[in-house]
Write a protein that binds this ligand. Structure first.
Ligand code: HDE
Length: 694
């Protein structure tokens, strides 16, 4: 009954609910044994089915109701269990119990998601990724529901339905699926300049991560830490992936969406099954009111980030994901995150987006999960005791004993009782006029878009230009394209505007809507190196990278064995791909084939190795899939290695042996240089990739 990889957490609330039917008798859901599950009850051998067939009716009826509404946003997601451990007590900043004791491993459930697509949509679409963490702490559940980008498209919750209607597939024909490249999105964003900063992030490589394990997470809003004395410190949360942050290239992401639409889900699942547990460090930026007031932006505005150069990120603990769910539906689908799930020591600020979220998440679960008892569903249930006077409702799972379900009471000794240690909100003085208003401090929409743009490397800027050009080319209404370039891009950067305008075949706009506010005074930075991915990537590890070895009958088995051993030692995952399954006739020992070449395209691998062996190389040269594999890996700037006459296949594929990231030769030296090339992630300085026909 127990699963193989156990969470490091001391206990698991799901255990009592796990059902293992091995060795059991088939029954109805009321426990009546079933003798025949092949045939329904009929009047006569060829006659009509009978209404009294309760086994048929129960089975079909349950099936008819298997689906629940998918999430209105973030419908596509993948989850995993694990634990979080703080490095040392943060008692000075917060009284949150799970952040006070470094010996405690707090169980977590994490769900990663895309935003716009429906539940079955592809993983690698250009989109923001959700990064939602449920901490089952000793003082209740804490949900940190963030994204892989630190800012959001809008400033006020009242605009969220508008934004989501604009980005989702268009209402008349439900197209396009899981893509922002369409008219309604750019119509809304062109008319809503506060979205400019986040749309820039969406056009960056952050929106096409290589792996869910290789992306950052952000709490986005400014929250509060409260210590035992009630002292408040502002806090921004960051998740930093231990493996570093890496992305796909756009052409590759689109192809994977067709070839393996579960790419990220599979990658997460396989890493955990193999014991390569994904890890993130939790970082915090903490600051006081005076610091907040000194910035050139408002810390309550969720379209703004706090540059790490102004307030450094302090790493306070580590999260490890070490167990896959048993049931996708029971766990990943039914998990209900709510921003209102906070614990003593963590509190909200007046960020108007956060305030609206605090209603929305709680509310949406009612229609998604069918009633007010969703917190009793095993994946949502607290792992500490919970007692109150809430009663009844659909799917009530608890049998509350006693007569008193009210407070105060004398019949039940006045239990459950309030506690002096209970949650207490920050004592904040509020004094203002009741008004529908957007603060002036929220009106500068372009300074941080410029900060992000200016912080990107040349290559990353090119990728952003290509992404905007791609997306806006898909917009059918010329006025919407033109407005976006004139009113938004023109206010960010001249080169960005000119190059996108050129791709759209429109003149570079000389005028457009002016920014609503002048650049405010206050502390900020001109560039923030931490905002560039390429500049911050580690280049010394190939752990969990997937490497393909292309082989056929007649291959040099010893060359494969040596390369495989070296790559595996370095932590990579190695697959032998060949024209047929089974094993290959090989010199130096038989070689087991992991996959047929036609089932595994180059886009799902990080690098490719072609071993020597005359007959094998000749067979691969005559195989269009093998030639395309190598050429496409080259186009996507991946590391390519060839041993001995394996280099012939590279020649057939038009891959120059002296190009960056291409290594040839043999023996230990080849393995070493191949590993070094893979660790670079991509050979960006390869050049001429646009011209590669693959
Ligand atoms: Fe969400 N969001 N959101 N969102 N969001 C939901 O809640 C909403 C926002 C985020 O894996 C919904 O349970 C409003 C920001 C994630 O289950 C819904 C506003 C951020 C997930 C909802 C926002 C997020 C959601 C849909 C603006 C990053 C997936 C299903 C006021 C900090 C959680 C659900 C999971 C899901 C509302 C803005 C992240 C409808 C009203 C900002 C990661 O309640």
């Amino acid at each position: 009954m127990a699963k193989k990889a156990r969470s490091g957490a001391s206990r698991d609330q799901l255990d009592p609910f796990r059902v293992d039917a091995r060795g059991t008798t088939l029954t109805t859901s009321t426990g009546v044994p079933i003798a025949d599950d092949q045939n329904s009850l009929r009047a006569g051998e060829r006659g009509p089915s009978l209404l009294e067939d309760f086994a048929l009716i129960e089975k079909i009826q349950h099936f008819d109701h298997e689906r629940i509404p998918e999430r209105v946003v973030h419908a596509r997601g993948s989850g995993a269990h694990g634990y979080f451990q703080v490095y040392k007590s943060l008692a000075g900043l917060t009284r949150a119990a799970f952040l006070n004791d470094p010996t405690v491993k707090t169980p977590v459930f994490v769900r990663f998601s895309t935003v716009g697509g429906s539940r079955g949509s592809a993983d690698t679409v250009r989109d923001v990724r959700g990064f939602a963490v449920k901490f089952y702490t000793s003082e209740g559940n804490y949900d940190l529901i963030g994204n892989n980008m630190p800012v959001f498209f809008i400033q006020d919750a009242i605009k969220f339905p508008d934004f989501v209607h604009a980005v989702k597939p268009e209402p008349h024909n439900e197209m396009p699926q899981a893509s922002s490249a369409h008219d309604t999105f750019y119509d809304f964003c062109g008319l809503t300049p506060e979205s400019a900063h986040t749309v820039l992030w969406l056009m960056s490589d952050r929106a096409i991560p290589r792996s869910l394990r290789m992306m950052e997470g952000f709490g986005v809003h400014t929250y509060r830490f409260l210590n035992a004395k009630g002292k408040s410190t502002y806090v921004k949360f960051h998740w930093k992936p231990v493996l570093g942050m890496y992305s796909l290239v756009w052409d590759e992401a689109q192809k994977i969406a067709g070839k393996d639409s579960d790419f990220h889900r599979r990658d997460l699942w396989e890493a955990i099954e193999s014991g390569a547990f994904p890890e993130w460090e939790l970082g915090v930026q903490t600051f006081d009111d005076a610091t907040a007031d000194s910035f050139a932006f408002d810390v309550l505005d969720p379209t703004k980030l706090i540059p790490e150069e102004l307030v450094p990120v302090r790493l306070i603990g580590k999260m490890t994901l070490d167990r896959n769910p048993d049931s996708f539906f029971a766990e990943t689908e039914q998990v209900a995150f709510c921003t209102s799930h906070v614990v003593p020591g963590i509190d909200f600020t007046n960020d108007p987006l956060l305030q609206g979220r605090n209603f929305s998440y709680q509310d949406t679960q009612l229609s998604r999960l069918g009633g007010p008892n969703f917190n009793q569903i095993p994946i949502n249930a607290a792992q500490c005791p919970f007692h109150n006077n809430q009663r009844d409702g659909h799917q009530q799972m608890q049998i509350n004993v006693g007569r008193a379900s009210y407070e105060p009471n004398s019949l039940g000794g006045n239990f459950p009782k309030e506690s002096p240690r209970g949650f207490a909100s920050f004592l904040e003085k509020i004094d203002g006029d009741k008004r529908r208003v957007r603060a002036d401090s929220f009106k500068d929409h372009f300074s941080q878009a410029q900060l992000f743009w200016n912080s990107q490397s040349e290559l990353e800027k090119q990728h952003i230009i290509s992404a905007f050009s791609f997306e806006l080319s898909k917009v059918e209404t010329p006025a919407i394209r033109e407005r976006y370039v004139a009113d938004i891009l023109r206010n960010i950067d001249g080169r960005l505007t000119a190059e996108v305008a050129a791709a759209l075949g429109m003149p570079v706009p000389k005028s457009g809507k002016a920014p609503a506010a002048a650049k405010p005074a206050g502390k900020t930075v001109k560039t923030s190196p931490a905002l560039s991915m390429i500049g911050t990537q580690p280049t010394d590890s190939i752990v969990t990278r997937k490497i393909a070895i292309l082989a056929a009958d007649g291959v040099d088995g010893a060359a494969i064995a040596a390369m495989k051993a070296a790559l595996t030692r370095a932590g990579a995952v190695v697959h032998v791909l060949a024209p047929h399954l089974g094993s290959l006739k090989a010199t130096g020992g038989a070689v087991t084939v992991d996959h047929r070449l036609v089932t595994m395209p180059s886009v799902v691998y990080d690098a490719v190795f072609v071993p020597s062996g005359k007959a094998a190389v000749a067979a691969l040269q005559a195989d269009g899939d093998a030639v395309h594999f190598v050429r496409e890996a080259f186009k996507h700037a991946k590391a390519i290695a060839a041993a001995g006459d394996g280099a012939e296949l590279l020649r057939t594929a038009g891959v120059p042996a002296n190009a960056a990231g291409v290594v040839t030769g043999g023996g230990a030296a080849l393995a070493k240089s191949f590993i070094a090339a893979i660790a670079q992630h991509r050979a960006w300085d390869r050049g001429g990739l646009q011209a590669v026909p693959a």
